[in-house]
Design a protein around this ligand. Structure first.
Ligand SMILES: Cc1cc2nc3c(=O)[nH]c(=O)nc-3n(C[C@H](O)[C@H](O)[C@H](O)COP(=O)(O)OP(=O)(O)OC[C@H]3O[C@@H](n4cnc5c(N)ncnc54)[C@H](O)[C@@H]3O)c2cc1C
Length: 359
């Protein structure tokens, strides 16, 4: 019996498995036959370089492009926020997932691809995961299966909001240094549309309720454009319980996403670091109780909660306000341009309010 079973070899699951591998026996169950293939823009802050091992970040082709800021379009107005240096990197998300899964395997994790966990049952001395005819037992499990997957369902951790996310890749070189965002309540309710320069390609996308590939295509006039790919996936937003006896959740399955952008790669990886510490202690002390695993939730909340909470409040305000009120806010934001230098892609609220969060 393994000490830990991780459900899902997305970036968070594979990273968590690799962090735990030195201290315990780890098994990873992934439903896909090969890692990767997730619909994701891969826009991440430089924090990724501090979090992941150098040899992963330095993988040729992983960082495709970098940007210095964002141009925001709203009710016919424009606001540009820009840093002197790099504000965010555009990474090849597919390659990241593959490299992290290889890394976990190289550290001794038992990777089982093509294994979809359908059932979770917690016994007094173990947790059993059912996948078709096979079942896998371990001392504890980590649900890293993405938005509202099997472990989250088991503990009733339903995301308060489940938005749709869409990406469409055009064979259109774009080496500009700004992402563009459109806030349009009719075309992307509760979200926004975007255009991201990826260097060799351009990405068009949207998140919100009811966004569709056809709708994004129409908004950007992509009708006759040659597309290199298009994909969709859910984006969970909100706060949920992230532990139970013998089980914890991390990444999208734990709703560890930024409420203002849906981005979850950095938050999920930071939470995985907290998870690995608590799982290490649980295995060492043979204590898989809720009381022990609740320390994980305390740990990740110390880092992420303040910005998530502020972002959730902002989301509610945005949903409630009318056009003219939002337009006034946009003008006020324009007058806050002096704060641009302090802009933090992951922790905007803590940083502006003078906090010191982050990795
Ligand atoms: C359109 C779109 C654009 C986005 N853009 C960005 C961005 O620019 N920057 C950013 O930071 N974030 C972005 N995100 C969010 C980001 O993709 C997620 O936060 C991130 O993928 C979370 O990683 P994860 O490992 O938690 O989950 P996932 O990447 O969803 O991985 C979960 C893995 O678990 C597997 N799995 C699921 N259920 C089971 C099961 N029952 N049994 C076995 N395996 C299972 C899946 O196959 C998958 O491999 C975007 C999301 C979308 C939809």
């Amino acid at each position: 019996m393994h000490d830990l079973t991780v459900i899902g070899a997305g970036p968070v699951g594979s990273y968590l498995a690799s962090l735990c591998a030195a201290r315990m026996s780890v098994q990873v169950l992934e439903r896909k036959r090969i890692p990767g293939g997730k619909a994701c823009s891969g826009l991440v802050s430089g924090r990724l370089k501090d979090i992941l091992p150098g040899h992963i970040v330095q993988t040729p082709g992983l960082i495709q492009h970098s940007v210095k800021g964002a141009r925001i379009h709203f009710l016919g107005e424009e606001l540009e926020l820009r840093k002197k240096g790099t504000a965010a990197y555009v990474i090849d998300r597919d390659l990241l997932d593959k490299r992290l899964a290889e890394h976990a395997e190289s550290l001794g994790c038992d990777m089982r691809f093509g294994t979809s966990v359908r059932h979770v049952s917690v016994k007094p001395d173990r947790i059993r995961l059912g996948a078709g005819k096979a079942s896998f037992e371990s001392k504890m499990a980590a649900g890293c299966g993405g938005a509202y997957s099997v472990a989250a369902r088991h503990i009733g951790a339903r995301p308060p909001e489940l938005l749709s996310g869409i990406v469409m890749l055009a064979e259109q070189e774009d080496r500009s240094d700004c992402v563009e965002l459109w806030y349009n309540k009719r075309k992307a309710t509760g979200g926004f549309l975007w255009r991201i320069p990826r260097g060799h390609q351009t990405e068009y996308g949207a998140m919100g309720t009811g966004v569709t590939i056809a709708g994004v295509g129409r908004f950007f006039g992509l009708g006759k454009m040659k597309l290199a790919g298009k994909a969709a996936a859910p984006i969970p937003i909100g706060l949920v319980r992230t532990y139970a006896a013998r089980l914890l959740l991390a990444g999208d399955e734990a709703c560890q996403t930024k409420p203002w952008s849906g981005g979850g790669v950095t938050y999920g990886l930071l939470a995985a670091q907290q998870a690995s510490r608590v799982i290490g202690k649980a295995v060492e002390q043979d204590d898989f109780t809720e009381a022990m695993l609740s320390k994980y939730e305390e740990g990740w909340k110390k880092i992420l909660y303040r910005d998530m909470q502020a972002g959730l409040v902002l989301r509610e305000l945005y949903k409630d306000l009318e056009g003219s009120e939002l337009s006034r806010i946009m003008h006020n934001l324009d007058s806050m341009k002096g704060l641009q230098g302090r802009m933090d892609f992951d922790f905007p609220f803590s940083r502006m309010l003078g906090g010191s969060l982050g990795a």
